[in-house]
Design a protein around this ligand. Structure first.
Ligand code: 2AM
Ligand code: CA
Length: 263
């Protein structure tokens, strides 16, 4: 087995093991804390799963660095070498309130370029995976390139924070120009909906590298555009206002519906 095949098999095994841990927690009392506010939660399960990945990666790839939501690598000032980007549970609010629509996300970047991306929809048992220039897959079945559907003919997902903004109407204008707004509450799962052509765009209010890393690899592999809302490249060392969309919807949203302050 070559090194890359072995690495991919390990990552898959770890994701399935981590998913079992997340589901086993439904029978236990979990510890829930607020991070920045009451809609930004972390549980002991998020922390345990991140720790699980850190131990596995350190054991198998001791020279590689880890950027994880629950504390690992937040001091990084560059992405040189191999960097693992881990979101142990994406959609923690869903995990706590619905035990549904949450994902485990892992990606591997090399000198700042994403080359492996995984988003696992735990409750649906759907593993989305892409490898740079080698296609994207859902449970090992190849995904087709996404059709370039325009905004007016497609559904969009827009983050809760933007939709409910009292000071900026951009999100609602985008919604009105589309066929309809759908929200899940997991940046990863919303990205998989764009990647499978179910949505034409997903707009994130303030996404961290671990919310973006895997989805960006998968989306770009399928012909989608994933950038900051102002059109600039994603910065994998800070929070970003984001858009992932078909080329047409991406252009239209940026040109027509994003207020001047965003451009
Ligand atoms: P998380 O569950 O891993 O925190 C919710 O709309 C989406 O935005 C989720 O993917 C969530 O990821 C992400 N997100 C990023 N920063 C957030 C914050 N400060 N509060 C709530 N959700 C946040
Ligand atoms: Ca998370």
């Amino acid at each position: 087995m070559n090194q890359l095949t072995k690495r991919k098999q390990l990552i898959k095994d770890w994701i399935y093991e981590a998913a079992d841990k997340s589901k086993q927690s439904f029978n236990q009392t979990i510890n829930i804390e607020e991070k920045t506010n009451r809609t930004d939660l972390v549980t002991n399960i998020d922390k345990e799963i991140e720790q699980f990945f850190i131990e596995k990666i350190n054991a198998h790839f001791p020279d590689e660095r880890i950027l994880g939501e629950e504390g690992s690598g937040h001091q990084f000032t560059d992405l040189k070498g191999v960097v693992w980007v881990i979101d142990p549970i994406d959609g923690t609010l869903n995990f706590v309130k619905q035990q549904y629509d949450f994902a485990i996300m892992v990606s591997v970047y090399k000198d700042g370029v994403g080359y492996l991306g995984y988003i696992y929809d735990v409750m649906k048992n759907e593993l989305y995976f892409a490898s740079k220039n080698q296609g994207a897959y859902l449970n090992d079945k190849p995904l087709k390139k996404v059709e370039d559907t325009p905004l007016r003919e497609g559904l969009v997902a827009i983050s809760h924070r933007l939709m409910t903004s009292k000071i900026n109407d951009d999100a609602r204008e985008i919604g009105r120009a589309s066929s309809g707004v759908r929200m899940i509450g997991s940046a990863g799962l919303e990205t998989t909906r764009v990647a499978t052509g179910k949505l034409v765009a997903y707009i994130g209010a303030s996404l961290a590298p671990w919310d973006i890393g895997a989805g960006k690899v998968i989306a770009e592999e399928l012909g989608l555009i994933y950038t900051q809302l102002n059109g600039e490249e994603i910065d994998m060392l800070k929070y970003n206002k984001t858009i992932v969309a078909t080329p047409s919807a991406h252009k239209e949203i940026r040109m027509n519906y994003i207020s001047k302050t965003e451009k």
